[in-house]
Each structure stands twice: as structure tokens, then as C-alpha cells.
Design a protein around this ligand. Structure first.
Ligand code: PBG
Length: 348
């Protein structure tokens, strides 16, 4: 049987029919809204690189979080812009750091809103990199010190993709995650792409009685050009070089699945693919292979491409937004981290 008995358009004739046969729906429950917390008082300052996004000081962020909660969005993701940066990013684990203050403020105002925290040093280090570089003394203490390695390490900050000291960074990330848990975070989200960070974070949480804090791992995070607007917003552009020696090559899909598998073995509860739109195939393959919740990060560049096109009068902002979010869900994501969360929640 074929045409005319089969007419695909019969099920598209009206909105109710289309609603009934719709395979994918975006729900407010699926969304996480990122927030930028910056040192200071009484601040709610528009972020020039990101339409409709603001820097909030810790004393103002709870009021924004309450608005997010009222819209029914289940969670916020916090990024911090500290007062001071240094080589190690020490403010990242300070009890009175911006994110730690923000967590306490949000949790006391809206205890049911889930607070997710980004665990990464790039906003806190003076180098703008996601980890620390090997210090000469640490190198001398290391095993098998060789002149060859010495030469490479001495050059580590001069190459285009500088080499971060993976294992020394783990300890700092674990401290940061622990301090977020102590402040009341529900979920910690390591985004640094160091090997072994999920295990390190899981261990420190277990040892300190935070066995109920979940880990959302940025498991397959690519070295993407689509993070540009965020780096301006978070003031986390690397001072030199790029992130290609730790974030993934955009060309690799099988490697992304290995990253996810390893993070699950290390104790991740949820895993993320990032960015979303150019990586829908990765989301789909992850969905088919793993049975855990899968999140996708609709990143700043994706967000601003749409806003820029809409501002130029080239496309319908809300229709394009919903289509974008639907495509990420259709690919297989359960959860979407998006700067559109508030806007979408108002429409849905
Ligand atoms: C921190 C981090 C980044 C983003 C989320 N966490 C920037 C980066 O890796 O350079 C990007 C988010 C976005 O572009 O919306 N490492």
C-alpha cells in the first residue's frame, strides 16, 4: 500500500492532532539555568556578551534564583567570578568565596531549588586555565626527573596548548567540590577535563559525609569555539594558549564515549555532553549506550548565535529557541543546561 491510501499529512492537519502524535516534548522540568555570581554588593549588572544575562553579587542572586524556582525550573548552575585570582585559584575553595556565599543564600531562600556548581579553576586562576602548572619545586620532588621533561615543562606555558599538571590539579578540584558541598550544593559539576577528577571528587565527598551530593560530570567536553561569549562573561579566557591539551578534539566521537564510560566508573551520577548543537550525534550515541541521565549544555555561543540572528531580524527568536531545545531532547538528552531556561519556561 502506498499513496493515496497512505498520506503522511493526515496526522498533521491540526494542532491537536500534531500535539497527540508529538514524539518529543521540552518540559520546564528538563532545564537548568546558569547564573554568574560576582564579588561585590547589590549588583545585578547586564553581561555585555550575553543577552538577558547578568552578573549578580551573592546578596542579589537569591532573588533571581527565587524567580527561576517560581517558573518551575528545577535547578540553577552557579559560576563564580572571584575578587582575587592567583596561580592556584585559591578563592575557589574559600569558605567565603562568591559561590559558597551564593549557595548559602539560595538554599536559605529556596531550599527546594537544586543548586548545581561548576567545579573548575579557570575563573579563579591568574592564567585562566582550568588547572595548575607544575612548579619547579614540585618537579624536583617528582619521580624520574629528566632533563628532557624539564625542557618541556619549562616551556609548558609558552606552547599554544599548554600542559597542565593533571594530578596536582585533582587535589584542588576536590577541595573546591568539598567546599561547595559544605555550603549546601546538591550537585557538583566538574568541568575541567582532568583525568581522574570524578574519582577524586567522589572520594573527598564520601570521606566527609557528603554521600548524598551528586556528581554531574562534564564528561564529553569539547575544545569548542562556541564558548566565546561565556569566557567574556566569566572572565576566564586563557591568558595564553588554548584548552586543547585537556578538552576534547571536536572531531572525536568514540573518544567521547570512552570519557563518559570512565566518568561513570569513577562515580558520576549524571553525565554531560558539551556543547550541544554541533554534537547531537554524541548525545544520541551516549543515549543508546548508557542508561544514566544524560545532560547537554546549550552553550553561550549557541545562545548568542540565535540572539544575534533574531536581533538582525533574520529569524523568530522564540520559535528558533524551542526548535533548538527540542532538537537537543530529540537527540536523547534528558536535561538541558541553557541560558534560555527562563525564557522557555515562560512559554511552555
Ligand atoms: C569552565 C566552563 C566553560 C563553560 C562552562 N564551564 C568555559 C570553558 O571551558 O572554556 C562554557 C559554557 C558556555 O560557553 O556557555 N571550564
Amino acid at each position: 500500500m502506498g499513496f493515496p491510501e497512505i498520506r503522511m499529512r493526515r496526522l498533521r492537519t491540526n494542532a491537536t492532532m500534531r500535539r497527540m502524535v508529538r514524539e518529543t516534548t521540552v518540559r520546564v522540568d528538563d532545564l537548568i539555568y546558569p547564573l554568574f555570581v560576582r564579588a561585590g554588593q547589590g549588583l545585578k549588572t547586564p553581561i555585555p556578551s550575553m543577552t538577558d544575562c547578568f552578573h549578580f553579587s551573592p546578596d542579589r542572586v537569591a532573588e533571581e534564583a527565587a524567580e527561576v524556582a517560581d517558573l518551575g525550573v528545577p535547578a540553577v548552575l552557579l559560576f563564580g567570578l572571584p575578587a582575587q585570582k592567583d596561580e592556584k585559584g585559591s578563592e575557589a575553595w574559600s569558605e567565603d568565596g562568591v559561590v559558597q556565599q551564593a549557595i548559602r543564600a539560595i538554599k536559605s531562600r529556596t531550599p527546594d531549588l537544586l543548586v548545581v556548581t561548576d567545579v573548575c579553576l579557570c575563573e579563579y586562576t591568574s592564567t585562566g586555565h582550568c588547572g595548575v602548572f607544575r612548579s619547579p619545586s614540585a618537579r624536583d620532588r617528582g619521580m624520574g626527573f629528566q632533563p628532557m621533561n624539564h625542557r618541556q615543562d619549562a616551556d609548558a606555558t609558552k606552547t599554544s596548548s599548554p600542559r597542565i599538571d593533571n594530578d596536582a590539579t585533582l587535589e584542588l578540584l576536590a577541595k573546591m567540590a568539598l567546599s561547595h558541598a559544605q555550603a549546601g550544593a546538591d550537585i557538583v559539576a566538574p568541568s575541567d577535563m582532568m583525568d581522574g577528577r570524578v574519582r577524586a571528587v567522589r572520594q573527598v565527598l564520601e570521606c566527609n559525609g557528603f554521600d548524598e551530593v551528586a556528581i554531574l560530570s562534564y564528561a564529553a567536553k569539547f575544545a569548542s569555539a562556541f564558548y566565546g561569549p561565556f569566557r567574556d562573561a566569566a572572565e576566564s579566557t586563557p591568558a595564553f594558549g588554548d584548552r586543547k591539551s585537556y578538552q576534547m578534539d571536536p572531531a572525536n566521537a568514540r573518544e567521547a564515549l570512552r570519557e563518559i564510560e570512565l566518568d561513570l566508573e569513577e562515580g558520576a551520577d549524571l553525565v554531560m555532553v558539551k556543547p550541544a548543537l554541533s554534537y547531537l550525534d554524541i548525545i544520541r550515541r551516549a543515549r543508546e549506550r548508557f542508561d544514566c541521565p544524560i545532560a547537554a549544555y546549550n552553550v553561550s555561543g549557541e545562545y548568542m548565535m540565535l540572539h544575534a540572528a533574531a536581533a538582525a531580524g533574520l529569524l523568530d527568536r522564540d520559535a528558533a529557541m524551542l526548535e533548538m531545545l527540542t532538537s537537543i531532547k530529540r537527540a536523547g538528552a534528558d536535561i538541558v543546561l541553557t541560558y534560555f531556561a527562563k525564557r522557555a519556561a515562560k512559554l511552555l
